[in-house]
Design a protein around this ligand. Structure first.
Ligand code: GDP
Length: 160
C-alpha cells in the first residue's frame, strides 16, 4: 500500500460546504464520500437559508440570467452545512466536487457520481479561505442566543 502522507494540525485549513436540497436519505453516501477523501467534519448542521444568504453565497453570479432559478432552488428546502478541515481543504474539496455541470465533471467526483444536472449538482464548496471563514460564521453563528440559520419549520416523525 502507498505510504500515507500526514500533515500537522497547524497546516490544516477549513472549508465551507453546503449539501444542496436533495432527499435527506442521500446525505449518508455524500458524507461517506467526504470522509473517504480524508476531510474531518468540524461542524455539521441542517438549516434553511434565506434569499439574502443565497445571494451572498452566489455573489460571484451577478450577471448570470439563471440567478433567480438558482436562488429559488437553494432556498427551496433544508440544506446541510459543513465545516470541513484538512490540508489545503478549500482547493481539495473543489477538486473532489468536480465541474459545475455533472455532465462535464471528472469521473469519481461528487458531482459526476451523484449530480442530476447543472442546477441539482449536489453541493456547494467555497473558492477561497476568506469565503470559508465568512460563510462558516454566517451558517453556524449564533445571534442573541439563537442560531442565525433556522431549521425548516416542519419535521417528520422519527420512527424505527
Ligand atoms: P460552482 O462554483 O461550480 O458551484 O459554480 P458557480 O459558482 O459558477 O455557480 C453556482 C451554482 O449555480 C452552480 O453550482 C449551479 O448549480 C448553478 N448554475 C451555474 N450556472 C448555471 C446555469 O447555466 N444554469 C443553471 N440552471 N444553473 C447554473
Amino acid at each position: 500500500a502507498p505510504a500515507t502522507k500526514r500533515t500537522l494540525f497547524k497546516d490544516v485549513e477549513s472549508t465551507f460546504v453546503m449539501i444542496k436540497p436533495i432527499p435527506r436519505s442521500a446525505h449518508g453516501k455524500i458524507i461517506t464520500f467526504i470522509m473517504n477523501k480524508g476531510f474531518r467534519i468540524v461542524k455539521i448542521r441542517n438549516g434553511k437559508i434565506s434569499k439574502d444568504f443565497a445571494m451572498e453565497l452566489y455573489s460571484n453570479l451577478g450577471g448570470n440570467k439563471n440567478l433567480p432559478v438558482i436562488v429559488d432552488y437553494i432556498t427551496s428546502d433544508e440544506v446541510l452545512g459543513l465545516e470541513l478541515a484538512g490540508p489545503r481543504a478549500v482547493q481539495a474539496f473543489r477538486e473532489c466536487l468536480g465541474a459545475t455541470d455533472p455532465a462535464d465533471a471528472a469521473p469519481g467526483t461528487l458531482r459526476a457520481l451523484f449530480g442530476e444536472n447543472v442546477l441539482r449538482n449536489v453541493a456547494h464548496g467555497v473558492s477561497t479561505p476568506a469565503d470559508a471563514a465568512k460563510m462558516i460564521d454566517k451558517f453556524f453563528g449564533v445571534e442573541n442566543g439563537n442560531p442565525k440559520i433556522p431549521y425548516r419549520a416542519t419535521f417528520e416523525d422519527c420512527t424505527c
